[in-house]
Design a protein around this ligand. Structure first.
Ligand code: ADP
Length: 301
């Protein structure tokens, strides 16, 4: 199976003509509450793409928490290790989307901050997965503990290093496959990624940390796929972008679903890019994550 350890957020999404400047008030339209959080989005993307998926996470005791967990169950995710923590809110994200489909995001971690190594240990010794998928919206210690356990059990450890932050070698040295976007790659390596040469240079820095496979996502341009220091661009799919929220999350979940089915890496990347392209054609996070049949239809078109 695939185990995702990560965050759950309630996304409050408002569409605006452009982002307000500091001190400015703008009236937007189309306010929605949408299930989000990088861990949850990636678990949902993996499950909808056909993977048997277990999700280790925490929600708060607010009114929306149960409906989020019910949603994961409806997607076929194993929810046995999602705990409800009393006295705290479920994670929240305030998301603004402009007319170009770009977003800005503010987070309040809430219960995601309670996914500590101790909490993980209530479920983690049974991680027993073939693949572990991590992101950076839970405490760093928990990611290190999870990666260490999974690695010791021979699992593939995959890190989507988002949101962007610098990371200790303790974590990076446990990672088999890393999937930064351009901003995250720069944060991790100090190399600003604008073109293929930059992507190659950034990937080399990550390989030097002991990471065998580096996939730098390049937005609409596709990805830089680098194995053991040899890289190439794999182009993405052309679609009309409405809202790029969860493009990276969809990519990660779908990638692991394809790898779980033993697809070769390049084929898995194409599958993941088809899923991610579909996600940018719809608004919201989990509301935009496609199902296997839609992904296969785009791949066959
Ligand atoms: P993030 O959402 O984490 O910033 P990216 O923007 O790099 O990540 O997007 C991840 C992947 O989603 C890309 O590699 C690409 O396959 C796909 N994608 C993103 N934006 C578009 C787009 N406008 N058109 C088609 N595919 C896209």
């Amino acid at each position: 199976t695939l185990t995702v350890v990560g965050s759950i957020n309630i996304d409050h999404v408002i569409r605006l003509p452009q982002f307000p400047r500091p001190g400015e008030t703008l009236t937007g339209s189309d306010y929605r509450i949408v299930p989000g959080g990088k861990g949850a989005n990636q678990a949902v993307a993996a499950a909808r793409a056909g993977a048997a998926t277990r999700f280790i996470a925490c929600v708060g005791d607010d009114a929306l928490a149960q409906s989020l967990v019910d949603g994961f169950a409806a997607d076929g995710i194993d929810i046995g290790a999602i705990d409800r923590i009393t006295g705290i809110n479920t994670g929240v994200a305030l998301i603004q989307v402009n007319a170009a489909g770009e977003n800005t995001i503010s987070l309040a971690a809430g219960a995601n901050g309670r996914l500590t190594p101790e909490q993980l240990n209530r479920y983690g010794e049974g991680l027993n997965c073939e693949q572990l998928l991590l992101q950076l919206e839970i405490p760093l210690d928990t990611n290190i503990a999870a990666a260490g356990q999974a690695k010791a059990q021979g699992a593939r450890v995959v890190l989507n290093p988002a949101p962007a932050q610098a990371l200790p070698d303790d974590l990076l040295s446990l990672v088999d496959l890393i999937t930064p976007n351009e901003t995250e790659a720069e944060q991790l390596t100090g190399v600003a990624v604008h073109d293929e040469a930059d992507a190659a240079a950034a990937a080399l820095v990550l390989h030097a940390k002991g990471i065998a496979t580096v996939i730098i996502t390049l937005g609409a341009r596709g990805v830089w796929l680098s194995e053991q220091g040899k890289g190439r661009v794999i182009p993405g799919f052309k679609v009309k972008a409405v809202d790029t929220t969860a493009a990276g999350d969809t990519f990660n979940g779908a990638l692991l679903a394809a790898l779980q089915q033993r697809q070769p890496l390049e084929q898995a990347v194409r599958f993941a890019q088809a899923a991610a392209a579909l996600s940018v054609t719809k608004p919201g996070a989990q509301t935009s994550v496609p199902y296997l049949a839609e992904i296969n239809a785009l791949l066959e078109s």
